[in-house]
Ligand binder design. Structure first.
Ligand code: UDP
Ligand code: MG
Length: 310
């Protein structure tokens, strides 16, 4: 029977992991599966809880990072170490209902899709402001990038080996998994589900982090901000040139004395703002190029019960 690998990024999930494993075990009792917990530098007791679970369950593996590297890194580590013919990526906090997994596997086995992913249809338990901004982000992102992100799409998914390998072939350091999963393509089926609040602990996402995450996504998947800068520059140059002609002609006809302090100030401030913004946009891409060229590892393992052969 095909092996199913279940990859679970964990950051401060001491209360969730055991509940999570119980749930998985009861739902997948008929399947041949391994669970790979990736402890992403938790500051609570998550690692010990996971180790205890691994001691009593031979199909529980773990990888523990040397510090918190972020969920994207945890996902990469988990996928890299998964041996399954099918790989399931799921959160530890039970916000991704494991009860969907058998249905997802079925869709793949029947040849309907290469990837079956879950899509949240409600945003219960999330603030209104967050929802509105999130909605706007999807709208704008899909307009300007080559890939299309599905609104409410989560990382929760079951993938065929071929899809996992394709994702792992993208070795970039700045990982925006939502985009990477779309970028590799393949036949994807979406399963809608209602948002569920986490069983324990708290979400690590602040509003500021969400904004940063959106910027990451834009920079990783489109260079449109640079095009906008060129466009703005062109328009402004043309307008400035016309205005210059206007001033010269006006001077020749009326030979006006110096005037227009307000206009001068507004133009200087406006241009200053646009220039700083443009440099900022450039800088963001430069930053990404800079971090990529350093070729730092995506994660560092402190301990694990997986042999280093893979
Ligand atoms: N997570 C992680 N590293 C981090 C933050 C989160 O591995 O730095 C894990 C976390 O343990 C959970 C999943 O990523 O399993 C989703 O995190 P969270 O529930 O905080 O995000 P949300 O559900 O609010 O999107
Ligand atoms: Mg969560």
């Amino acid at each position: 029977m095909d092996l199913l690998s279940i990859v679970v990024p964990c950051y401060n999930e001491e209360e969730s992991v055991k509940l999570f494993l119980n749930e998985i075990q009861s739902i997948l009792s008929d399947y041949n599966f391994e669970v790979i917990f990736v402890n992403d530098g938790s500051s609570d007791n998550t690692l010990n809880v996971i180790k205890n679970l691994a001691d009593s369950n031979s199909n529980v593996k773990y990888i523990s990072f040397s510090r918190n590297f972020g969920k994207e890194s945890a996902i990469y580590a988990g996928l890299s170490n998964a041996n399954g013919d099918l790989v399931c990526l799921i959160d530890a906090d039970l916000q991704h209902p494991p009860s969907l997994i058998p249905e997802m596997i079925e869709s793949i086995r029947s040849g309907e899709a290469d990837v079956v992913a879950a899509r949240r249809t409600s945003r219960k338990g999330e603030s209104r402001v967050k929802s509105i901004f999130s909605h706007m982000f999807y709208k704008v992102f899909n307009r300007v990038s080559q890939i299309t992100l599905v609104e409410g799409a989560t990382d929760f998914r079951v993938m065929k080996r071929i899809v996992v390998d394709a994702v792992l072939d993208l070795p970039e350091y700045n990982r925006f998994s939502k985009g990477l999963f779309q970028w590799v393509g393949f036949e994807t089926k979406w399963i809608p589900y209602e948002n569920i609040e986490r069983v324990a602990g708290e979400s690590a996402w602040s509003f500021g982090q969400l904004v940063r995450y959106s910027v990451e996504g834009v920079v990783a998947f489109t260079t449109i901000p640079l095009t906008i800068v060129i466009f703005l520059g062109t328009i402004l140059s043309v307008v400035a040139f016309l205005y210059m002609l206007f001033i010269i002609v006006k001077y020749l006809i009326y030979s006006d004395p110096v005037q227009g302090f307000a206009t001068t100030m507004s133009v200087i401030l406006l241009l200053g703002g646009i220039q700083l913004l443009s440099i900022g946009a450039l800088g963001k891409y430069l930053e990404k190029t800079y971090t990529e060229t350093k070729k730092r590892p995506i994660y560092i393992v402190r301990e694990s019960n997986i042999d280093e052969e893979c």
